[in-house]
Design a binder for this molecule. Sequence first.
Ligand code: GAP
Length: 487
Amino acid sequence: MDIRRLADFAAKVNIAFPTAEEYGGLSGFYDWGIRGSQLKKNVKDVWWRYFVERKDFVVGLDGSIVTHPRVWEASGHVEEFHDPITRCRSCGRTFRADHLIEDLTGKSVEGASLEEINKILSDLRCPACGGELEPATYFNLMFETRVGPYGGITSYLRPETAQLIFADFPRLYIGNRKRIPFAVAQMGKAYRNEISPRNFLFRLREFEQMEIEFFFDPEDDACPFYDDVKDYEVLTLTVEDQENGRDGEVRRVSEVVGDYPGREWMVYWVVESLRFLELVGVDMGRVRIRQQLPDERAHYSMDTWDVEFRFDDLGWKEIEGVAHRSDYDLSRHAKYSGNDKYRIKREDGTEFVPWVIEPSFGVERVILSILYSSYREDEKRVWLSFKPWVAPVQVAVFPLVSKDGLPEKATKIRDLLRRFFRVEYDEKGSIGKRYRRQDEVGTPYAVTVDYQTLEDNTVTVRERDSMAQERVGVDDLVDYLLERMSW
Ligand code: GAP
């Protein structure tokens, strides 16, 4: 499967399509149709239920998108959040310099200095016109905006959801009456003025994140759930593997995560992340965890493990990062805000700044991996094998024909099922065509009302993947479906 075909299919079935196509689109921005917006909502709902509602020590936040400029000075984004950019002296096209080098030479320059990048660039030419390339400079990825009239003040659209959790830490800690360790979760839009957005939903300028900031005491860092995660195995690629040119191997997460304060929690968050991805339908046969090389780590990170997905055409790509951020964030906000509310008093009277572990998912990248994992085709049909809890429509209801009282009976059943599930009613076209239309958008069950229904109050339930059909009594239908749709 290649990513372009998937993008065309997603546009056709109303999942996502380039924004303002009639005006030529705007690179890095997508609009979501009814199937896609529902799918996105469902994935976010499962994440919220899995990580917030089902864990006593996690609370939530919905922070603002336009944010105080000092927040981004404190976080290091004003100074550090940039990528190298170059321009062709002849045709004026701009390129992200490290990606251009990778595309033209096949070699990664992750973590290379501007000087090293420029040395390589001087031997390369513009891939569009063959012109000479300007030396690369750094380009800050934050979108600036002005707040207020008469010029107002310069502010930024948040480039990540995380930072508000750090900035608001004093209120979140006291307001939620929590003790360390505890975590704050937030999901929502983030904006990055990417130099070269590409690969459908993979690199966008407007996207969503689902992030958790977990706060702990480095001197009291045992994880009470460690037994439940310590034996979890997955394909792993350590720094050492990469330095020795090895492919990595299946190992326990607990074997590869480093020996530092918060180690057990780091294992916990990596494993919980992998379990979540499996739950929403990501093919775990295409997943590995890769430790970032020291040179590629973000300025705040002490250690980062990326969860990567293998695309046939793009290779291994990051869909989530689990970063160990030590006390970087809260120490910076303590310094920049000039107050000591970011420090916590232990029972013995000593004080400390909490350390942080951060599992950070991009919603669109999770969805891209789900689409990639779910897409199926054979000679008869194309279908999306979505898990029932993320499927935009969970049950389709059809009257076999639109006469003889079948639509009336079918709409009654539709209304009953709507109290529990996302239901779509359809009476247009042959029954075969109606099944195909629902298969294409991943609806796991279709309920057909026929003449027998009027006699014995049973319906046919068809399962999407196997296409197997079963006769079920209307009185048992809700239980029958609930059993198959709960996680
Ligand atoms: N708070 C940490 C942070 O933002 P990041 O690695 O820059 O870390 C986290 O981003 C996740 O956000 C990534 O793993 C990816 O899934 C998603 N993401 C980042 N940039 C993106 C982009 N331009 N388009 C789509 N998703 C993106």
